[in-house]
Structures are given as C-alpha cells and as structure tokens.
Design a protein around this ligand. Structure first.
Ligand code: ZN
Length: 313
C-alpha cells in the first residue's frame, strides 16, 4: 500500500458557516450537527464566535456550544473566534483550546469588522497573548487570523508586503500561530503560492496556521493545490460550503469540507475523515437550517466508485 502524508482539516461551519445564515440555528440542532461531524473523524472544529449577541444572534449560544463541544467530544480540538480580549476570556472560560483573533489586512475591513484600526487590533492581539501567558499550562493557543489577506471588496488590492509585515508584527506580538484568510475568495493559485511562501519564510512554517479559503469564484480547490505544493498541510473548510463575512460585502461560502477532503485524500494526503459519513452529516445541517441552500460538488455527484482514501504508514 502506498503511504502518504497527513493533512489537517479544520471544520469552521458552526462559526464561519452560520454567520451569514438567514435564520438562527437552534442550540440543540447545532449540537446534533457538531456531533455528526465529530463522528466523521474531523480533528478540529471552530464551533463559535464570542461576539455580542446583538451583532450576531447566530452566536448567542457561543459559550454553551463551546462547553458542550468539549464535554461531548473529548477527542475534538475545539476552536472559537473572539474579536478582543474580553471575547477571548469568555471563550477560554467556556473551554476553547484555540482562540482565533481576526486581524484584517485591509484597513477598511478592520474598521467594519472590529471597529479598530489594523494597528489597534495588533495591539489587542498582544494583550490577548499576554493574558494567555499568565495561564501557564491551561492557556489556549492564540491564533491571529489575517482576514482579507488576498484582497478586499471594500479596499481592493492589499499589497503583499503589508500582509508579510503584518504577519511578522503578529508573531512578534505573541501569536502562537498566524494564518492567512482569503475572506472574499479573490485569490488565484499563483498569488497563494507567492504569499504563502513569503509568510512562511518570514515567520517560519511551524508558526503558520491553517489556510482559510472561500470559494466565491470557484478557485478554492485550485488554491488548496497551490498551497499543498508550497508545503501547507492545514486547511479550513465548511460543510456544505456555507459561510461568509457580514462585514465584507460580496463574500460567499467557504471551501466545502466534503470537496476538500476528496481532493486531499485523492492526492495522497490522509485526513482521518470518513468521507461518506461526512456527506451524510449534511442531513443534520439541513435539518437545523432548512431554509439554507447547501453547496458542494461531491454531495451532488456522490462519492465516485473510483475513490480511494490515502493510506498512512
Ligand atoms: Zn471565512
């Protein structure tokens, strides 16, 4: 049997996937959906966003969902997003093992998303990292997620030099991981290749978090492939290709987890995820959000009879 490398797929549907949903998924339905996905072997899941419920009613149960994810799924690495120190403290109190602080490369998106300048948000990351350092062994991992790293609908082109400098600033401010996010889905494979290579060179590959891609223009999987060739082995995705940012006009869904897993496994990168079971988990999502249209090519086509998961040594 051929052996293969491993790739890490992080499901972000319960956070990124739900924040653009027209209706609010009930807490019990969220828990059933998370359970269905965890049962497929997903190693990591971003389950909530610790923002004021008035801004994002879909996340009003963030603490409850995070606590339940930890209690119900001990093998799952539970991730939450928080826009500031207070959110990070709430996320940690609920048991989040990794906390993602979004830092926009675009000044305009930064103001719209967190109502702070880019520099102010780097300073907030430093505060979060300093607080986490006081927790010793119980500290959550602090990840800075550079949103709009590949372009912004509000501001247009973001110079690559600015993104590289921002990544270095965030590493210096104490982020355990720094991740690039294509919030709008504007990236092309050569752009991914250039920026990923430059940022890995700047802060070190081991400090780089998952690549976070959206599929607005149908280029997400091509971008995944370019990143794989650069050595990236961690990717975010959302079941059913849901997702988008309410403060980035024109943003649509994430790379669909099912399609990503198919690509990775077919290319010899073992994910540990049971693909037919993952497709079946869409039923729990559809039940919880009956008005939402789900995306994804693999679910539409069915798992091909030629599919062979990657084998690990
Ligand atoms: Zn996103």
């Amino acid at each position: 049997m051929p052996t293969s490398e491993r790739a890490l797929v992080r499901e972000v549907g319960p956070r990124d996937g739900l924040q653009m949903a027209k209706s609010v998924m009930p807490t019990a339905a969220k828990r059933r959906w998370i359970a269905a996905m965890a049962a497929c072997g997903l190693p990591e899941m971003e389950v909530a966003s610790f923002v004021p419920p008035a801004l994002l009613p879909q996340m009003a149960d963030a603490a409850e969902i995070t606590r339940a994810a930890r209690a119900d799924h001990p093998a799952l690495h539970v991730v939450a997003l928080a826009p500031n120190l207070r959110g990070a403290q709430n996320a940690a109190a609920a048991g989040a093992q990794t906390i993602i602080l979004p830092v926009s490369a675009s000044e305009a998106h930064s103001q719209a998303n967190v109502r702070r300048s880019r520099a102010e948000q780097v300073a907030e990351l430093a505060r979060v990292a300093a607080w986490a350092a006081t927790l010793g062994g119980a500290a959550p991992r602090i990840e800075a997620g550079i949103s709009t790293a590949f372009g912004c609908s509000l501001q247009g082109i973001i110079p690559e030099r600015e993104v590289i400098t921002l990544a270095a600033d965030l590493a210096r401010a104490g982020a355990d991981r720094v991740a690039l996010a294509d919030t709008l889905g504007y990236a092309s494979p050569s752009q991914v290749r250039r920026l990923v290579r430059a940022v890995r060179g700047e802060i070190g590959a081991e400090r780089c978090g998952n690549l976070h891609l959206h599929d607005t223009l149908g280029t997400a999987l091509a971008n995944v492939f370019a990143a794989l060739e650069e050595g990236v082995r961690g990717f975010d995705a959302a079941l059913g290709g849901l997702g988008g940012c309410p403060y980035a006009p024109g943003s649509v869904g994430n790379a669909a987890t099912e399609d990503l897993v198919f690509l990775l496994e077919s290319e010899g990168f073992a994910t540990g995820i049971d693909l037919p079971a993952l497709i079946a988990a869409r039923a729990a999502l559809a039940t919880g959000l009956p008005d939402e249209r789900l995306h994804g090519r693999l679910a539409a086509a069915g798992v091909p009879r030629t599919y062979r998961p990657a084998m690990t040594a």
